[in-house]
Write a protein that binds this ligand. Structure first.
Ligand code: HEC
Ligand code: HEC
Length: 475
């Protein structure tokens, strides 16, 4: 599965007579086809009357440890950096003045440190912790996902798209004399001007970082016939596509290379994401993001930038600034481990995997890519079973958030990597779903590249759907 074009993803689908909007694609039986290889849709293994999401896989977290094959010193850096990622920050160390939480781990902890939003949203408690008097906006609930909020437009109608931090340091220890108001989320919600993002997991992120652009590009043009059979040919396809599964990379403005992290593949590297997250989520400035986002004089309690290289340090590790440590931790985090048997048993999971390829999910959720050269042996020439093509796709009006980032437009999102899905609690960029069937159905709306494939999913028998869902929860 390590190659750029896994053969088992090959599918053959033909246009059905029944229309959904202007187009619909249906699975036809192998004997009805001409000129294409048979889709060989496996009959169901599961026997159920109505398929349902088995829910998060219990048992051990299949993630959170270091990638296999790290050297002794690399392992030491990994564990020391894990401590930094888990640290809770304070005002005297630069927290705020505006922030969404006080630690990386708070948002990235399910099912282990480095992951995604936990079952209990830490932001709700944080709002009034230690004498703080922030209110909890309506979009945050205790049993909902941790979220950041972006405004789509500025008051004058021009595009905004930036993160508006939810909380302030006012009232918190060490913030005497600072009084800040939270953004007026109620009013912005009333204007339908707020969109949300939930944390993405960082397991295996170093492998993702080390995939050469050429591998992503080669994969983008693979399986062209299958992609064409599901829609229309042609790959160079942006906003107006809607009818093809082509996808495009989100290229970095200055160097033209492919950026790959975040819901819109908007960030190039883990170091960049670390600097940005420290600044945006926690309000802590660094050598990458030198200035405070909120510069109100009475609210500055630490030197700027808040974290820097320590040139007087006794060891090389201590010399690193916090953002380097975050990046090292995530770079060395192992990918999640899939289960061969849970849920539903190996035959059902195996069948679901086959169906995942046969109905076209794998045309976007590429099962495997491969890293290239790397100074870190453990990351060099390794398979990356991420279930993503790292491209952004037009997901239609239903998932659109109206925000552009880099080359990714208002309706475009990175194919969410599905590794680790079995232990994730919330789905899609804004966390609107916690049920896999709902997440799959959300791929379908006017102009979405996912429409044909969801049409195929809907035509599976309930038993086949169950096999597919079991496979997804085994990841
Ligand atoms: C308030 C919650 C919150 C906190 C705290 C937080 N993050 Fe995140 N993180 C997010 C959200 C939301 C996203 C998705 C952002 C997007 O794509 O718009 C994300 C995405 C990421 C990603 C991208 C992973 C991928 O493959 O897409 C990285 C890397 C990351 N965060 C690192 C960090 C680090 C390092 C810290 C601490 C400095 C941190 N985060 C703190 C919410 C948080
Ligand atoms: C056209 C490309 C495309 C196809 C085809 C596709 N997906 Fe997706 N998938 C995406 C994108 C893009 C997202 C992220 C969308 C968002 O968050 O708004 C996503 C998100 C998901 C998620 C949520 C993951 C998370 O971390 O929140 C699941 C589950 C999923 N897809 C499963 C499937 C299955 C199963 C199929 C086949 C029935 C499928 N997808 C077909 C592009 C695709």
């Amino acid at each position: 599965m390590a190659g750029p074009s896994p053969r088992w993803t090959n599918v053959a689908l033909v246009v059905s007579a029944v229309g959904f909007l202007t187009f619909e694609f249906a699975i036809v039986s192998p004997k009805a086809q001409t000129g294409t290889s048979a889709p060989a849709l496996a009959p169901a293994v599961s026997v159920v009357s109505a398929a349902k999401d088995p829910g998060p896989r219990g048992g051990d977290a299949g993630a959170g440890g270091p990638v296999e094959g790290l050297s002794g010193p690399e392992l030491e850096y990994f564990y020391n950096s894990l401590d930094e990622f888990s640290d809770t920050e304070e005002v005297s160390l630069g927290l705020g003045p505006r922030m969404n939480l006080d630690s990386c781990k708070g948002c990235h902890v399910q099912p282990a440190v480095g992951g995604t939003s936990p079952a209990l949203n830490p932001q709700v408690v944080f709002a009034t912790q230690d004498n703080a008097s922030d209110s909890v906006p309506a979009f945050l609930t205790s049993n909902g996902p941790a979220r950041e909020a972006r405004f789509v437009r500025n008051a004058d109608g021009t595009p905004d798209g930036g993160v508006h931090a939810i909380f302030t340091i006012s009232g918190r220890p060490g913030a005497d004399g600072c009084t800040l108001r939270q953004p007026d989320f109620d009013a912005e919600m009333g204007r339908h001007n707020v969109i949300f993002r939930i944390p993405t997991p960082t397991f295996g992120a170093g492998l993702i970082e080390n995939i050469p652009d050429s591998a992503i590009i080669a994969n983008a043009s693979s399986d062209a016939a299958a992609k064409g059979a599901l829609g229309i040919r042609g790959r160079a396809n942006f906003q107006v596509s809607g009818r093809t599964i082509t996808g495009q990379t989100n290229n970095n403005g200055n160097d033209g290379t492919i950026s790959r992290f975040g819901w819109k593949a908007q960030n190039k590297s883990l170091l960049l994401f670390s600097g940005e997250a420290y600044n945006v989520e926690m309000g802590i400035s660094s050598e990458l993001f030198q200035t405070e986002r909120e510069e109100m004089g009475k609210c500055q309690f630490a030197k700027v930038p808040n974290t820097v290289t320590n040139m007087a340090a006794a060891t090389p590790f201590e010399a690193l600034s916090a953002i380097e440590k975050f990046a090292i931790f995530m770079r060395f985090l192992a990918p999640p481990t899939a289960s061969a048997t849970t849920p539903g048993g190996a035959p059902s999971i195996g069948n679901g995997k086959q169906l995942f390829g046969a109905i076209g999910c794998a045309l976007c959720h590429t099962p495997g890519l491969q890293t290239g050269d790397s100074t870190v042996a453990a990351l060099r020439d390794k398979p990356v079973n991420l279930f993503s093509d790292l491209l952004v796709h037009d997901m239609g009006v239903g998932l659109a958030d109206g925000v552009s980032q880099g080359e990714a437009g208002p309706r475009e999102f990175r194919t969410a990597p599905l590794w680790g899905l079995g232990q994730r609690l919330f789905f899609l960029h804004d966390g609107r779903a916690s049920d896999l069937i709902a997440a799959i159905r959300a791929h379908r709306s006017t102009a979405s590249e996912g429409n044909g494939v969801v049409g195929n999913f809907n035509q599976l028998s309930e038993g086949q759907k169950q096999d597919l869902l079991n496979f997804l929860r085994s990841l």
